[in-house]
Design a binder for this molecule. Structure first.
Ligand code: HEC
Ligand code: HEC
Length: 235
């Protein structure tokens, strides 16, 4: 299967990056935040801005609660990606929270929007799903939870800008296959379950081609009401 080889290739790339991470002499490094996140830099960039590898996501500026949920999910194996699972397995929980806060506070600029390698029709389908959803297919607008400017909302809904199409479609696939889950009700598992393969391709291409809005900050908590409750949001 083509998809299986894609994951095998990612794992080997990930494995290389991981060795680079572990090559840092941890016992000699001063105990600063910069030192703690040194192992993350080869894949996520010094400020969490992302790197050239289309699969390594941007972390910068996502709500701290969202990042902490992800670090916890890799730590416990709920979210499955072996290099991240191994790396975080021995991090104490309070380190994970501090790392989440560190990357949430970074504001490096967004990368240039991607040139969408899809037809105009596909791009329009992507825009329509993101801004209006598809009521007949049971898909709410992505912007109803991720925000009108797609910058997310505090404390635990991530923005969707600055991510590459490959990463976005892999995440939607991971929810469909159950290798990524969040506390129930798992909104994204529900949403992704109603998307077709073509829909995934369309939203990923549209999102990756979005220009940066003037303000990248996630909306404050309670700015808008979600169409249904998400378990990953603290009560
Ligand atoms: C070998 C490369 C690599 C290294 C090193 C690495 N990461 Fe990751 N990280 C990834 C990849 C790839 C993903 C996406 C995995 C997936 O598909 O779920 C990811 C996902 C994440 C996410 C979730 C992002 C999101 O938007 O959901 C967080 C948070 C994260 N990493 C933090 C860290 C931290 C903190 C470190 C250092 C302690 C680190 N990573 C080191 C490759 C790496
Ligand atoms: C009902 C609310 C809701 C709707 C509607 C929704 N999302 Fe989400 N989305 C979430 C939540 C909550 C998370 C965080 C899940 C977690 O903690 O793992 C999330 C996370 C994501 C992520 C992961 C980002 C990352 O950095 O890894 C992607 C990609 C995503 N959503 C895409 C979409 C798309 C595309 C749509 C529309 C088709 C959509 N979402 C609609 C609530 C929603």
């Amino acid at each position: 299967m083509e998809r299986r080889w894609f994951y095998v290739a990612l794992l080997s790339v990930g494995g290389l990056g991981l060795r680079v991470g572990f090559a840092q002499p941890a016992e000699e490094a001063p105990d600063t935040m910069e030192a703690r996140v040194m192992a993350c830099v080869p894949c996520h960039g010094a400020k969490g801005e992302g790197t050239d590898n289309a699969y390594f996501p941007r972390l910068a500026g996502k709500p701290a609660g969202y990042l902490a949920n992800q670090l916890h999910a890799f730590h416990t194996g709920r979210r499955h990606y072996p290099p991240m699972n191994y790396l975080l397995a021995y991090f104490p929980e309070d380190y994970l929270k501090q790392i989440a806060e560190y990357f949430a506070a970074q504001r490096p600029p967004l990368p240039a929007p991607a040139d969408p390698a899809v037809s105009k029709d596909v791009l329009e389908r992507g825009e329509s799903l993101v801004t209006h959803g598809d009521a007949a297919a049971g898909v709410p607008a992505c912007s109803s939870c991720h925000g009108p400017h797609l910058t997310g909302m505090e404390p635990a809904i991530p923005g969707l800008l600055g991510l590459r199409a490959t990463y976005i479609s892999a995440q939607l696939g991971a929810w469909r296959y159950g290798t990524r889950t969040a506390a129930g009700p798992d909104c994204m598992q529900i949403v992704a379950g109603h998307l077709t393969e073509d829909d995934v391709k369309a939203v990923a291409a549209f999102l990756a081609a979005r220009p940066a809005p003037p303000d990248l900050a996630p909306a404050p908590q309670g700015t808008f009401i979600l169409p249904f409750a998400c378990g990953s949001e603290p009560q």
